[in-house]
Design a protein around this ligand. Structure first.
Ligand code: ATR
Length: 273
């Protein structure tokens, strides 16, 4: 039996154990998937992962607040992990530890495969400039949108993140500077929904948008999605598809075969009405 785990703090709410158990069942793989709560102390993440490796662990998923620790722990990091400054998965091979980040590719796969939403040539607005926005940027840019605007409550963070992407299709601004711009797709990558708050975004940004995408999942119609719906956006999505596609990519990275997410997407979908 191959052993994997998710490391976080807290970790009780994590869906990964159920997702990977379902993928393993679907594909007939024999694996065990644990929850590991690492202490939030200096070295706490490393000690927890060291112990898991000593017990034969093959890889881990990493969630808050350890995604940066995971990059530091690795001996090799993918471009996605380095650019996001964060890893959501590690794989162990003797002394070698590889880090990668599949959150962004999970988002893009959900949009292209499940939502059938073409990104090439589209105008995209990302609300937020924290870890979630950072992880999404590069994979979205690779789809060649016409432009990406990053708008953040603290404008300086959005400007800095846009600047890191170099000259080109990415622009940063404050939430209060959005008046008058139009977008095809608006993402909420702020953590506001986790406390049932609404990023202070003018309803006008939704004019003409065809999809509003909430990166949080399992929270139903968040204040962001409600604002989008009331502004007439015809399609709403939450982050369930992104979570499941991310997990499918990780499973493939670990096990060499890509599970299908359709059953779990149906089973866990929360009505957005
Ligand atoms: P995460 O990893 O979830 O992205 P983070 O790095 O702490 O977490 O970033 C949180 C993001 O949500 C930031 O963009 C934050 O805006 P600030 O940079 O101005 O702090 C944004 N955010 C959190 N609560 C918000 C709220 N109530 N309204 C608007 N933006 C909010």
């Amino acid at each position: 039996t191959d052993r994997y785990a998710i490391v976080g703090n807290p970790v009780a709410q994590a869906k990964s154990p159920q997702i990977h158990a379902e993928f393993a069942r679907q594909l007939g793989h024999d694996l065990q998937y644990l929850r590991l709560e690492a202490p939030v102390t200096p070295g706490g993440f490393a000690a927890t992962v060291d112990a898991f490796r000593a017990q034969g662990g093959r890889g881990v998923n990493v969630t808050a607040p350890f995604k940066l620790d995971a990059v530091a722990y690795a001996t090799e990091a993918s471009d996605a992990a380095r650019l996001a400054g964060a890893a959501n998965a590690l794989t162990f091979d003797g002394a070698r530890v590889r880090a990668d980040n599949f959150d962004g590719v999970g988002l893009v796969n959900d949009l292209l495969r499940n939502q059938r939403f073409e990104l090439a040539g589209r105008r995209l607005l990302i609300l937020g400039a924290g870890g979630a926005a950072r992880g999404a940027l590069l994979p979205l840019l690779q789809q060649r949108p016409a432009e990406i605007v990053i708008a953040n409550r603290t404008a300086a963070r959005a400007l800095a993140l846009a600047h890191e992407c170099g000259a080109g299709a990415v622009r940063g601004c404050g939430l209060d500077e959005l008046g008058g711009s139009a977008f095809d797709l608006v993402f909420n990558a702020t953590s506001a929904s986790l406390s049932d708050e609404l990023p202070a975004v003018p309803a006008a940004v939704f004019a003409g948008a065809r999809l509003a995408y909430e990166m949080a999942y399992g929270r139903g119609l968040t204040p962001f999605l409600r604002l989008a719906r009331d502004a007439g956006v015809p399609r709403l999505a939450d982050g369930l598809g992104m979570l499941l596609e991310q997990a499918a990519e990780v499973f493939n990275w670990w096990r060499g075969v890509r599970p299908d997410t359709a059953a779990l997407r149906r089973q866990w979908a929360v009505p957005l009405v």
